[in-house]
Write a protein that binds this ligand. Structure first.
Ligand SMILES: [Fe+2]
Ligand SMILES: [Fe+2]
Length: 276
C-alpha cells in the first residue's frame, strides 16, 4: 500500500477519537469462519441462516427473484444454498447483518448505496473479468463503511457535510478532513483492519476515491467506477483520466451499464428490504 500524508494520523488517536468502532456482527463472524471449510461449510451455513428467520426468508425470496434468474422454484434454505453457492450466500448474510449498523441514526442512504455499489462491482468484475465477482460484491458493499463512524460521531454535522458535497461545490473527502480531521476512507480501512478483513479489502476501502494511489489500481478501480456509476447525482458517469489510465479495463458505454446496474440493484434491494 502506498503512503499518503493523511495516513500519518496516529492510529491510537483515531481509536480515542472514534472509540465506538463496532465489532463485526456475530452472524457475519460465523459465516466468514464456516466458509473457510468447503466440505462442512454448506451445512454449517444453512444452520446459521436457519437460526435467523429474517435472513433465511429473504435469501429464499432473493434466490427466486429475477436477480439470479434461476428457473426452479426454491422453498428451502438448503436448496437455496446449493444453488447459490457459499460465497453468494455469505454475501447475502453480510448485506443483511450490516443493515442495522449502517442504518443507525435513521438514515438508509448508506446501506442502499452500499448494496447498489456491491451489485455494480459484481457486474463490472464479471463483465471485464478482473476479479472474482463474489469478491467484488464484498469490496463494493464495504467501500464506504467508514461513513458509519463519522455519522455516529456527529450525525447532524455529517449530514451537513454530505449535503454540501452533493451540491457539487466541494469534494466530500476535503470536507470530511476539514470538519472531522479524518475521512471515511481512512476510517473504513481502520475498521477493515480491526475486523481482520483481507488486505485487498482494506486497500480498496482506503483508496476507492483515488485508485491511482493504490498498489492495486485495477481492483480498486472496480469500486471507484461502481461508486460513480450508481451516483444518480452525477448526470452522466464521469471517470478521472489519471484513474482510467491505470485500469486494465475500459468502460465503453457507462450510461447503458448504469441502467443495467440500477435495474438489478433495485431487484436486490426490493427482495431484502421487506419487513420480515
Ligand atoms: Fe466513498
Ligand atoms: Fe460510495
Amino acid at each position: 500500500m502506498m503512503n499518503n500524508p493523511q495516513d500519518k494520523i496516529d492510529p491510537q488517536k483515531l481509536v480515542e477519537e472514534f472509540k465506538d468502532i463496532p465489532p463485526m456482527p456475530n452472524v457475519m463472524v460465523k459465516a466468514l469462519s464456516v466458509i473457510k471449510n468447503p466440505t462442512t461449510g454448506i451445512a454449517e451455513l444453512a444452520k446459521i441462516m436457519q437460526a435467523d428467520q429474517s435472513i433465511s426468508t429473504k435469501t429464499i425470496s432473493l434466490v427466486n427473484s429475477a436477480f439470479y434468474g434461476f428457473r426452479q422454484q426454491i422453498t428451502s434454505i438448503n436448496k437455496a444454498l446449493v444453488i447459490l453457492g457459499m460465497m453468494k450466500a455469505k454475501n447475502i448474510i453480510m448485506s443483511l447483518a450490516l443493515k442495522q449498523m449502517m442504518t443507525a441514526q435513521g438514515s438508509r442512504d448508506l446501506w442502499e448505496h452500499s448494496i447498489k455499489c456491491a451489485v455494480a462491482s459484481e457486474i463490472i468484475a464479471k463483465e471485464y473479468k478482473v476479479i472474482n465477482p463474489d469478491d467484488a460484491f464484498v469490496i463494493g458493499f464495504l467501500h464506504d463503511i467508514g461513513k458509519m463512524l463519522l455519522n455516529a460521531k456527529n450525525p447532524l454535522k455529517y449530514s451537513k457535510v454530505r449535503y454540501l458535497a452533493q451540491q457539487g461545490n466541494t469534494d466530500l473527502i476535503e470536507l470530511e478532513d476539514s470538519q472531522f480531521g479524518t475521512n471515511h476512507c481512512i476510517l473504513g480501512a481502520f475498521i477493515s483492519k480491526k475486523w481482520q478483513l483481507p488486505v485487498i479489502l482494506t486497500n480498496c476501502i482506503r483508496y476507492h476515491h483515488d485508485p491511482s494511489q493504490s498498489s492495486l489500481p485495477t481492483v480498486c478501480g472496480i469500486v471507484y467506477c461502481a461508486d460513480r456509476l450508481v451516483k444518480q447525482t452525477m448526470p452522466s458517469p464521469i471517470f478521472e483520466t489519471k484513474v482510467l489510465n491505470k485500469l486494465d479495463f475500459t468502460i465503453s458505454d457507462p450510461s447503458t451499464l448504469r441502467e443495467t446496474i440500477l435495474a438489478k440493484a433495485s431487484i436486490f434491494l426490493k427482495e431484502i428490504s421487506s419487513p420480515n
